[in-house]
Design a protein around this ligand. Structure first.
Ligand SMILES: [Zn+2]
Length: 150
């Protein structure tokens, strides 16, 4: 990864919302940040320094609505060892109302989840097992889960 900074671009340090630590810091405060490509309109979730559609580096970071619907989902039977006690659990790709997709766990059993269910993104502190899974610099990061809403 290059560490040189581009003219007119903010440094990509951990406070920058274009980095994962910056994204998770905002998420811990209940704010979902998305990057919007100024050139093609692609929504980048989480925000990235460059657009994965057109390669542009003109990315605006905005707070995004936390409501979406289940685009697809599956059940995890063989999770990483630290999450064995939680299995089976449901994970889904959620299409957010404002565009962009985010993968995460759904707080509902697989049997009751359906494609198209409306969900809201919630944020909670990691459990002990989730902390064990995390890399050291991630250990304080919040866990995002989707809760089905009517
Ligand atoms: Zn773009």
């Amino acid at each position: 990864m290059s560490r040189e900074s581009h003219e007119g671009q903010p440094e990509l340090d951990a406070d920058n919302p274009l980095t994962l630590p910056g994204f998770f810091d905002a998420l811990a405060e209940g704010e979902l940040l998305g990057g919007i490509c100024a050139d093609c309109g692609e929504v980048l979730l989480p925000p990235r320094p460059a657009c994965y559609n057109c390669g542009s580096r003109s990315i605006d970071v905005e707070s995004r609505p936390r409501i979406g619907y289940i685009y697809t989902y599956t059940e995890v039977h063989t999770p990483p060892p630290a999450l064995e006690d939680d299995a089976p659990y449901t994970i889904a790709i959620v299409e957010l109302e404002s565009g962009g997709r985010l993968t995460g766990r759904v707080e509902s059993p697989y049997e009751v989840v359906e494609i198209g269910d409306r969900v809201e993104l919630r944020v909670r502190a990691p459990t002990e097992g989730e902390r064990l899974l995390a890399l050291e610099h991630e250990s304080g990061w919040p866990i995002h889960v989707f809760e089905r809403i009517e």
